[in-house]
Design a protein around this ligand. Structure first.
Ligand code: NAD
Length: 488
């Protein structure tokens, strides 16, 4: 390995492999300049990673280890992450273009994720079940086997931790594949897990293009479970690939989440918080509240307050502490979003704010607010995955719910009202996996996170995630009704 400050090796069977099929050059989204290279795994190295993970799993010293040994290992990984928090945050900020304050929080949340599942090991239990007849029945939660964890580029380290920590906690072996644009902190996680004493082979990290090595990983018969976060179309493709082997699959996919503002809400707070809820991470967030639905009688003052709060966002360099909004991840992603803004204009939308490139160099795109679109327009229906929000009026609670549900997605959503009954009714009726009332928070380590409809199935986070990586085994024990005669 070179003396580069950036991780530059795959992690397979406890070895750091820098000599792979080729390398890929990473470009800094804030400067548009190349800044480092990373190895790309060959298909043979993917096989090696899966085979090694299979051996580490079958060897059983991890899955049958004293639970305290597994917990201690996860706590040590968390401690290593915390020791390296600042380095990792700077790497993530440079690689993704995200503000350093956000990156720092995400690395800290990754450490917390390992701590949570370390603690969860002793709390994740089976059941004893009363059965008719003479017997004793209990269930065991057993690891699935080799898990392929495939993660996207928007929260690279955090998404990796969300999958790796519960999978290891429950006794599995993991092959982690980060997105090609953002492999650095996943490679770093593989290296620091080894430093923390995780036995070789239990966490393999391979980098490279999804359509080649991701596809190979998904189709490989040595993989028993696929845990995927990414686009809905990729998720659908993976689901088909997994069908023949009946692999276990969980999918965290796209979103087009509503932020529903009733006239009786604390409008000041709703407007002040709405911009970060959609433009945070430059809109590249599956939970982005990218449709703001506003009760018509407060529509005009709300829009005015939303525009003012959006103008106040600090757009800047990722490593500047004051920055709230950085560049987009790549030139290609910005072009995609710009095409949507042009489409919105063609569809009759009025760009109230933004739509342009506020800084150069860097893949910056201004937070963009659009109104006047039809509910069935592509701009209102499709996940744009950039700093664009559509604002739409409604006249009644029923219409708000209908608009909120008028989407193929169902990941997150917010409801702003002071009427408790309304909050509870609307939360019951919106078809989404994570809803918040008078808040835009969707993510807490302790709560299940995932979607309805085309936003996927299965839940990351909370104790639910431990279920994702386990099979239920039922054991029935015949118990004679009366003591049997001693045969000896
Ligand atoms: P993507 O689907 O393009 O890629 C995600 C991962 O899948 C990457 O590692 C990629 O290399 C890999 N991949 C691509 N093609 C593959 C294939 N054929 N087989 C196997 N792997 C393959 O998604 P992205 O552009 O990296 O991420 C953005 C998307 O992720 C958005 O749609 C966003 O909403 C979604 N996302 C969802 C959540 C959630 O929890 N619901 C969280 C973050 C991001």
């Amino acid at each position: 390995m070179s003396a580069s400050p950036f991780p530059n090796a795959l992690v397979i069977d406890g070895q750091h492999l820098a000599t792979a099929a080729g390398t890929s050059t990473l470009v800094d989204p804030a400067t548009e300049q190349p800044f480092t290279t990373v190895p790309i795994a060959s298909v043979a190295e993917v096989d090696q990673a899966i085979d090694g993970a299979g051996r580490a799993f079958r060897d059983a010293s991890w899955r049958h280890a004293d639970p305290q040994i597994r917990a201690d290992t996860l706590y040590r990984i968390a401690a290593r992450i915390r020791e390296r928090q600042e380095d990792l945050a700077r790497i993530e900020a440079q690689n993704v273009g995200k503000p350093i304050s956000d990156a720092r929080a995400e690395i800290g949340a990754g450490a917390r994720c390992f701590e949570y599942y370390a603690g969860g090991i002793s709390r994740f239990v089976g059941e004893t079940i009363p059965v008719s007849g003479s017997g004793f029945d209990y269930t065991l939660r057993q690891p699935v086997g080799v898990v392929a964890a495939i993660v996207p580029w928007n929260f690279p380290f955090l998404m990796a931790c969300w999958k790796v920590a519960p999978a290891l906690a429950t006794g599995n072996a993991v092959v982690l594949k980060p997105a090609s644009l953002t492999p650095l902190t996943a490679l770093a996680l593989g290296a620091l897990a080894l430093e923390a004493g995780l036995p070789a082979g239990l966490l393999q990290v391979i980098a490279g293009p999804g359509r080649v090595i991701g596809d190979h990983l998904v189709r490989h018969s040595g993989v028993r479970k696929i845990s995927f976060t990414g686009e809905t179309t990729t998720g659908a493709h993976i689901l088909k690939q997994a069908a023949d082997d009946i692999k276990r699959v969980s999918l965290e996919l796209g979103g087009k989440s509503p932020n529903v503002i009733f006239a009786d809400a604390d409008l000041e707070r709703a407007a002040a918080t709405a911009p970060i809820a959609v433009f945070g991470n430059t809109g590249q967030d599956c939970c982005a509240r990218s449709r703001i639905l506003v009760e018509r009688r407060v529509y005009a003052p709300f829009l005015e307050a939303l525009v003012a709060a959006t103008r106040a966002l600090v757009i800047g360099a990722p490593l500047d502490e004051a920055t709230q909004i950085g560049p987009m991840v790549s030139a290609g992603q910005r072009e995609t979003v710009e095409r949507y803004i042009a489409l919105a204009r063609d569809e009759g939308g009025r760009v109230v704010l933004g739509g342009d490139r506020p800084r150069s160099p860097g893949y910056y795109l201004a937070p963009t607010i659009i109104e006047g679109l039809q509910r069935d327009s592509r701009t209102c229906q499709e996940e744009i995955f950039g700093p664009v929000v559509c604002v739409q009026p409604f006249d009644s609670e029923a219409e708000a719910v209908a608009l909120a549900n008028d989407s193929v997605y169902g990941l997150a959503g917010s409801i702003w009202t002071r009427d408790l009954g309304r909050a509870l009714r609307v939360a019951r009726d919106i078809e989404s996996g994570v809803l918040s009332v008078n808040s835009n928070s969707s993510v807490y380590q302790e709560i299940p996170f995932g979607g309805f409809k085309r936003s996927g199935f299965g839940r990351d986070l909370g104790m639910e995630a431990m279920r994702l990586y386990t099979e239920v085994k039922n054991v029935f024990v015949h118990v004679p009704a009366e003591p049997e005669e001693d045969a000896t």
